[in-house]
Each structure stands twice: as structure tokens, then as C-alpha cells.
Design a protein around this ligand. Structure first.
Ligand SMILES: NC(=O)C1=CN([C@@H]2O[C@H](COP(=O)(O)OP(=O)(O)OC[C@H]3O[C@@H](n4cnc5c(N)ncnc54)[C@H](OP(=O)(O)O)[C@@H]3O)[C@@H](O)[C@H]2O)C=CC1
Ligand SMILES: N[C@@H](CC=O)C(=O)O
Length: 386
């Protein structure tokens, strides 16, 4: 006998790039698994940077799986969502910006306090912050892979986490690794976390370990991009900002009321190659090679001392810093290979022997799996009443 549906989770997805598309594919392919658990995820809307595709009647139906599959194929081919209009049939409407934003609010207003709604942010922009805050006001649950809304003004962070039962942001730190959940559990048990140390960039982990194998910096950064490890602009990774955002999220979770300005960040590229001076394309094409020599020398110098380079994040009572460190090859961080992350959490209970979490720390598949697990984790808030 089929398992009765206990929870229906309506979802609006912001962003259908690498992570967002994987999420939609996971949702579709996990239907039988979720049905066995009595859960149905109903995707009622999907937005990209210019439009929103939304189900005709968000109360009673979602976008069907055939449409979601088409949508993923179109976005993967580089077409905007609006290209589906007139090409693919289905019970949906398309709204372009700025109307698209108000339609997301409409869905949040309609569903937030009735059936409930999960607004999922898989974009890579600060622009979604106000939408996410509005969604919180409308009683919606929110799930983020996007770190930016949580790393703007402290008041935004406070607002977004104000109903902590209704937010999940596991994938913002460590992709699919249970870092936020572990820190949250330790804090909830009254065990004060004193320090978090780790290698939290899949991109920089991959780049550093490939450099040790004698590969060129410019080549491995491009490969990291093609493997889906980097941010849309890899300078977010190479400049340390992506790791700094993760550090800020963790520090704020520990109760530190700090902002990005309070984090010491070491950049691996000079300001002449920064986003204000050079486009992403030019940076990839001709900027990166300018860094090959100096990176090769840094790696060789470290190696001559029996060490390796790792981009390390440290959060403690005396502040936060992220930067390149020379570490013994056989240390926990030194042994890291590829895009793996490792996080050591120190607290009273984990003082001499920290809680260590390690595993794949980047990639669209892993990250999307983390986002899906976050959505599923909200199922108890979506009990079907009828
Ligand atoms: N890849 C990884 O390993 C990990 C990624 N993340 C995070 O996941 C997020 C997504 O990454 P990724 O998929 O690689 O990024 P992409 O650049 O591939 O995709 C971003 C998507 O967001 C859309 N978008 C831009 N602005 C808006 C907006 N205002 N409203 C709605 N959608 C918008 C873009 O639209 P359009 O298609 O029109 O450009 C695009 O579809 C990032 O924040 C990243 O930091 C987190 C952990 C790990
Ligand atoms: N670009 C990030 C992806 C996850 O946040 C990384 O390399 O770790």
C-alpha cells in the first residue's frame, strides 16, 4: 500500500545556475524516496536573474517534472527562463523583472501562513536579501546556499535567523557537510564553542593540492571552475572573500556581532587584477597566468621546508582571519586533498580533542544535496492537515 502523504512542501527557488539545476534534478529523482517517507516537494516557482516561472495556482499545484526538466536543459544551454514561454506547454505563467519579485511576494503572502512555503536561495547575489527578509515576515521558511544575504549588515542576519526553526543554511558553509548543524547542536547543549579552525574553501583546497603536484596555478583555477567548485567569479574564492563569508556566518552563529570589515582577509591576487579593473573573462584569459610564477615559488619554498600551503580560516574570541598558511605536510590540514574541507570545532567538551568534520566541500551536486536535505529537514513544519 502506498505511504499516505503527510507533508507537502511548496518551494520557490531563486537561482537556477549550477546548484539550482542540480537541486531541481535531485527533487525530481528523489520523488519515490520522498513518497516512501510521506513527503512531497511541490516546486511552485523558479526564478533566474530576469524572470520568474510560477505555477498557475500555487495553492493546488506545482510546476510539473517535465517542465522542470526542460527548464534545467534550457538553463544549462545558457538560455534565460523566458525562452521557455511558448516553447513548453504547462500550467505556468512567466513574469519578468520587476514584476517577478512582486509575484514571489504574492506566493509568500498566499502560502506563508496557510500551507507554508520554503523560499530557497541558490543565487549568488546580495539582491535576494530583501526578498528573503520579506519571506520571513510572511511566515515562510527559508533555505540558503547563497552566503550573501547572511553576510551583509548584522541586522539582516538577525532578521533572517530570527525564527531559527524556520531557516536552514547548511550549504553556505562546507557545501553538504553538517557544519552549521554541529555548531548549533553544541551551542544548544550549553557547551561554549571557543574556536573553529578549518580549510573551508573547496576551490583553494583543490588549487593548493594540485599545485603540489606541479600543475600551473592558472590551469588548476580554470579546472576548479569547470568542476563547479568556484564562485561565478573565481576571484571571490582567490581573494578570500568566499571563505571570509563562511567565517562571518560561523562567527555570527557563535554570537559575535561582527561584519566583513572585522575579518582579516589575505588575497591571492593584487588589486590591479580585481573586479573593478578587469572583467571575469579577461581575468581568466590573461590575468591568471600572471600569478603562475609567484604561486609556484610560494609552493616550492614551503615544500623545501617539508610544508604545504593551505588557506586557513580561524574564528576565535580574539577575532577572525582567513589566509594562506604554511603547514606541516602530515598535519590534519596539510593532508587534505582535492576539494575536501576540514573543520575543527573546539569547545569545553571538545577542548583537547576537537570535533572534526571532513569531506567534499564544494561542487554543484554535493551542495544541492545539502540544500535538499535542508528542505527535507523542515518537513515537520508542513504537516498536511486535511
Ligand atoms: N558550487 C559550490 O560548490 C557551492 C556553491 N554555493 C553557493 O551556491 C550559490 C549558487 O552557486 P552557482 O549555482 O554556482 O551560481 P550560478 O552563477 O551558476 O547561478 C546563480 C543563479 O542565480 C540567478 N540569479 C541571479 N540573480 C538573481 C536574482 N536576483 N533572483 C533570482 N535568481 C538570480 C542566476 O540567473 P541567470 O541564470 O539569469 O544568470 C543563476 O541562475 C552561490 O551563492 C554559491 O556561493 C555554496 C556552497 C558550495
Ligand atoms: N566556491 C566555494 C563553493 C562553496 O561555498 C568553495 O570553493 O568552497
Amino acid at each position: 500500500m502506498p505511504t499516505p502523504v503527510k507533508s507537502v512542501l511548496p518551494v520557490v527557488l531563486l537561482g537556477c545556475g549550477g546548484v539550482g539545476r542540480y537541486l531541481l534534478r535531485h527533487i525530481v529523482s528523489c520523488r519515490p524516496l520522498h513518497a516512501n517517507q510521506g513527503v512531497a516537494i511541490r516546486v511552485v516557482g523558479v526564478a533566474d536573474s530576469s524572470s520568474l516561472l510560477v505555477a498557475d495556482d500555487v495553492h493546488s499545484s506545482g510546476l510539473d517534472d517535465a517542465l522542470l526538466t526542460h527548464l534545467c536543459a534550457a538553463k544549462a544551454a545558457g538560455s534565460p527562463l523566458s525562452s521557455l514561454l511558448g516553447q513548453v506547454s504547462g500550467n505556468y505563467q512567466l513574469f519578468r523583472n520587476p514584476e517577478a519579485r512582486s509575484k514571489v511576494i504574492d506566493a509568500a503572502t498566499k502560502l506563508g501562513r496557510t500551507t507554508g512555503l520554503v523560499l530557497v536561495d541558490c543565487s549568488a547575489t546580495y539582491d535576494t536579501a530583501s526578498l528573503m527578509k520579506d519571506a520571513v515576515d510572511h511566515g515562510c521558511c527559508i533555505v540558503l546556499a547563497n552566503k550573501k544575504p547572511l553576510t551583509g549588515p548584522y541586522e539582516d542576519f538577525q532578521k533572517l535567523v530570527s525564527n531559527f526553526r524556520q531557516i536552514r543554511f547548511e550549504s553556505t558553509v562546507g557545501a553538504g557537510l553538517p557544519v552549521i548543524a554541529s555548531v548549533t547542536r553544541i551551542i544548544a547543549s550549553g557547551d561554549p564553542v571557543s574556536r573553529i579552525v578549518g580549510s573551508l574553501s573547496g576551490t583553494l583546497g583543490y588549487v593548493m593540492s594540485e599545485l603540489e603536484d606541479g600543475k600551473r596555478f592558472s590551469e588548476v583555477v580554470k579546472t576548479a571552475k569547470s568542476l563547479g567548485f568556484t564562485e561565478p567569479d573565481p576571484r571571490d574564492d582567490l581573494g578570500g572573500m568566499d571563505v571570509a563569508r563562511k567565517a562571518l556566518i560561523l562567527a555570527r552563529l557563535l554570537g559575535q556581532q561582527i561584519s566583513m570589515d572585522n575579518i582579516n582577509v589575505e588575497s591571492l591576487y593584487p588589486s590591479e587584477l580585481g573586479p573593478d579593473a578587469v572583467s571575469t573573462e579577461d581575468f581568466l584569459e590573461s590575468g591568471l597566468v600572471q600569478l603562475d610564477r609567484s604561486m609556484e615559488e610560494r609552493v616550492k619554498t614551503a615544500s623545501s621546508r617539508g610544508n604545504v600551503l593551505r588557506y586557513v580560516c580561524e574564528i576565535g574570541s580574539k577575532g577572525c582571519q582567513v589566509g594562506l598558511k604554511e603547514l606541516p605536510k602530515d598535519s590534519a590540514l596539510g593532508r587534505l586533498r582535492g576539494s575536501d574541507n576540514v573543520v575543527e570545532i573546539y569547545s569545553r567538551c571538545y577542548e583537547s580533542s576537537p570535533l572534526v568534520i571532513q569531506g567534499a566541500g564544494a561542487g554543484n551536486d554535493t551542495t544541492a544535496a545539502g540544500v535538499l536535505a535542508d528542505i527535507m529537514d523542515l518537513q515537520d513544519l508542513f504537516q498536511r492537515t486535511a
